[in-house]
Each structure stands twice: as C-alpha cells, then as structure tokens.
Design a protein around this ligand. Structure first.
Ligand code: NDP
Length: 447
C-alpha cells in the first residue's frame, strides 16, 4: 500500500462523519476529519438538538395554562426569547465540545478547514496537501431556497436559532418536517403563524389521517395554512418585514419569512467532478450498497447521498462503513421500517407502511384505530384528541405500519417500532397486558 498521511479521511464532521471517523479509529485506522464550520453538523448545531429544545421550551406555554386546572397558581407568565436562546446555544456548544473530545480521545486528527479533492487520494485541506487511502464524503445538506424574486429576504433553519427577537408574525414556506415543527414552536410562543404550501398536501409520506389531525389541531390553535400557494414575489415592507405574493392570489405580510422547502446535498466546489465522483440529477452523490461512489476508494454516507435524510440513518451508515472497511465484520444497515417523527405540536410518529401504501401494495389490509383524549388533556379541558392507527397485513396478521399523533408519540413509537420491525402479529400485540393508565396502552387495546 502506498504511504498515505491517513488510512481514512472524513470530509464533514456531522453525525455520519463523526461516527464513522471514531469507529474507524477504534479499529486502529489513522483517521483525519475536516470540518469547515462546527463539529456536530446540522443535527447538533442547527437542527435536531436545538430544535427539540425549542419544542420543549415552547410547550411550556400550554403546560403553564393547564397547570391551573391541576391546582397550581402560576401568576404572570412571561416568556424571554433571549433566555431560551442563550441556554439552547450553550447546550449546543456543550455537545459540540463532547463531540470534539470523543474524536480527540480516539486520536482522530481534526482539521477546522474546508477539504477539496485534488485526486482520488489527495485533498487540499485549508491550503495543506493531505493524502489518504480511503476518503469519506459526509458533507450533509443545506437549506434549499426558492427560485423567486426576493427569495434572499427569507431566512432558513440555519438562522432561525439566532434571531435577535421573537417575531410577532412569521410566514413559513413549505409543508414538511421543518415547516410544521417551527409552525408549532412559533405559534406556542405567541407569534401569528402562516404556513404556505405550494401543493395541496402537507407532510408527504405520513399517513393521511395523522396529517389531517395535525392540520385540524394546528388550525384550531390559530395557525393559518395556505395550500396550492407557490411563491411569486417576496418584498421588503417599510416596517422591515416581508410581504409575499402567492400564486393563488393571496398576499401576506409578516415580520419574517422562513424557508423550509427541503435540503439539497452539499456537493458543490469540493472537487468531486475533478476526481470523477458521479452525482445524480439532484446533485447527490451516487453510491452502491456499500456506500462506494463511482471512484473506488471514495465513499459517501448520510444526507449528501439524499437517500434517507435522518440523523440516525447517517450514523448507522457511517458506523457500518467503518466496521466494513477497518473492522473484522462487514455489515449493511437495514432500511426497512425506519421509524420517524415530526416534532410538531402535538407530534406525529410513524413506522412502516401508511394505510394507503398498504392498500396499494398488499392483498388485504386491516386497520385498527384509537381516537381518544389523553387524560391530561381531559382534566385540562383541552379539546385535543390523539389518534393511533395500526395497519395489519390480512394474509398473515403481521403489523406492517403504526402511526400516532398525540403527546409523547415519538417516545412511544420507538418501542412500538421494534415490534413492527420484528414482524410481530397483531395477535401478539393484543396478548400484551396494558399499563394502566397510560396513553400507550391504547396500542394493545385496539380491537
Ligand atoms: P421536507 O422534504 O420535509 O419538505 C419540503 C417541503 O417544501 C414540502 O412540503 C415541499 O412541497 C416544499 N417545497 C419543496 N420545494 C419547494 C419550492 N421550490 N417552493 C415551495 N415549497 C417547496 O423538507 P424540510 O426542509 O422540512 O426538511 C428537510 C429534511 O430534513 C426532511 O426531509 C427530513 O428528512 C429532515 N428533517 C427531519 C426532521 C425530523 O426527523 N424530525 C426534522 C427536520 C428535518 P411538496 O410536498 O409539494 O413537494
């Protein structure tokens, strides 16, 4: 083998890259990692982690109101955006530090610089030439922007955590994960929220009953949802806000506009074309089942491949690749039954087939639902109903999908996902005795 500086060089210090680097180093490989921004990547620095903390922080708006029904005198309720922001960003910094320590403890050499491929084994890392036997591209994705006049006036999820003050009103472009999560956050915090979706459907890929229930609850909570409303023009208002003109004829004004319209992969200006790494028509790195790109010694995992844009998937991929390349046992992640959640207010969680997918793909389907009000919501006089749905393949009685909307749905779904992934039958679920009184007991009581 030629004498390279590193056995493995990872470009990108996000979830997939960090996991892969530290597992490879644990197997004895000499590993380098380049990150031009902050170690931790989207999930830790400007995604899942700070978002979830904002979701928790925002939910106190309801909890403090509900507390009075449970006998608590709460008094004046004031919310200070700067306090929440400061604490959230401090937590992000703490986790970033932990990521750094983990890498350094494993002797991964971190380069705080951009890496550009020069040839299949050579990189320019912040002006320094570095060679590596194997290279991993784990550069993730970035917020997309829309092609319409004035689109530069929109902020994205990158900036939303750093707002100087809480907006009184916000227009959110998009109808996916980020749009619905931030619609919930800002609505709970008291802003007037308008969600603008270009098509007639929100949260594509989720079961229609869950999406309908979220739309109903969101609307009752005061979130305005506009459908079939592509952006035509965005202008600045005299007051420093934004005015948007939409294809359905609507015009709306707000303090800020948040674009949450998907995340294209980060594959530009990295020398990928120079070395012949093939990209698909969406600019994502093409890989085979073992994460190998069109160049033999170069691999890619996570969002940059535009396969499944979820942190736990990128982590699993980075881990599998490092074990396969440097460990004793080669393995591949399993992509069936990936559970997921939307941290809206209330959250949605899902695993496996939606009802319409099951009806399209299977011979016969049985659907079980439970539509109920959580105990806490009943006493709090909160007219917000949960909905659970189990999808069963009539041919063998196996659970093929589970869908939930309601408090703590993602927490409950993680366990239920094991049952769906393991191919358990509805009969086996029914044989399990309930934990009473819980919301989750509904799952074993659906007949
Ligand atoms: P999503 O893919 O979830 O949704 C994109 C939304 O933007 C869709 O509603 C889409 O409409 C709309 N859209 C796309 N292009 C345009 C355009 N040019 N103009 C107007 N609207 C447009 O993207 P997000 O940005 O919300 O999130 C990106 C990814 O990050 C997600 O796919 C997810 O994988 C991940 N993520 C996961 C989270 C979680 O696990 N809880 C949280 C946040 C992000 P249409 O439906 O018509 O195509």
């Amino acid at each position: 083998m030629a004498d390279y500086d590193f056995d493995y060089f990872v470009i990108g210090g996000g979830s997939g890259g960090v996991r892969s680097a530290r597992i490879a180093a644990g197997h004895g490989a000499r590993v380098g990692l380049a990150e031009e921004h902050r170690v931790g990547g989207t999930c830790v620095i400007r995604g899942c982690v700070p978002k979830k903390l904002l979701v928790i922080g925002a939910h106190f708006a309801e909890d403090l109101v509900d507390a009075e029904r449970f006998g608590w005198t709460v008094g004046d309720k004031n919310f200070d955006w700067k306090t929440l922001q400061k604490n959230v960003l401090a937590e992000v910094e703490r986790i970033e530090g932990a990521y750094h320590n983990t890498l350094e403890n494993q002797d991964v050499k971190i380069f705080k610089a951009r890496a550009v491929l020069k040839d299949a084994h050579t990189l320019d890392v912040g002006g320094k030439t570095i060679t590596a036997d194997k290279i991993l591209i784990a550069t993730g994705a970035r917020p997309g922007t829309f092609p319409c006049e004035g689109s530069e006036l929109a902020i994205t999820s990158n900036e939303v955590f750093h707002l100087e003050k809480l907006p009184k009103s916000i227009i959110i472009a998009g109808g996916g994960y980020i749009a619905n999560e931030f619609a919930g956050i800002f609505n709970e915090l008291g802003a007037k929220v308008t969600l603008v979706q270009r098509s007639d459907k929100l949260l594509r890929g989720y079961d229609h009953s869950m999406v309908e229930r979220l739309m109903h609850i969101s609307t009752v909570k005061g979130i305005e949802i506009l459908y079939n409303a592509p952006f035509e023009k965005i202008e600045k208002t005299e007051g420093g806000g934004v005015k948007v003109s939409l294809g359905n004829g609507d015009v709306r004004e707000a303090d800020i506009l948040l674009a949450a319209i998907g995340r294209p992969p980060n594959t530009e200006n990295m020398g990928l074309e120079t070395v012949g790494v093939k990209l698909n028509d969406r600019g994502a790195v093409c890989i085979d089942e073992d994460f190998r790109t069109s160049v033999d010694n170069i691999y890619a995992v996570g969002d940059v491949t535009d396969n499944v844009q979820l942190t736990p998937v990128a982590i699993r991929e980075g881990h599998a690749l490092a074990d396969t390349l440097f460990g004793d046992e080669a393995w591949r992640p399993e992509y069936d039954c990936i559970p997921s959640a939307v941290f809206s207010h209330p959250p949605i969680a899902a695993v496996g087939m939606t009802e319409s997918e099951a009806r399209d793909q299977l011979g016969g389907v049985e659907v079980f639902t439970s539509d109920f009000r959580a105990m806490k919501n009943v006493l709090a006089n909160r007219n917000e109903r949960s909905l659970y749905k189990l999808i069963v393949d009539s041919a063998n009685g196996k659970l093929v999908g589970a869908h939930m909307i309601g408090p703590d749905a993602p927490e409950i779904m993680q366990s239920l996902a094991i049952a769906v992934k393991a191919g358990l039958t509805k009969k086996q679920v029914d044989a399990t005795i309930a934990i009473h009184p819980t919301m989750a007991e509904e799952l074993v009581l659906m007949r």
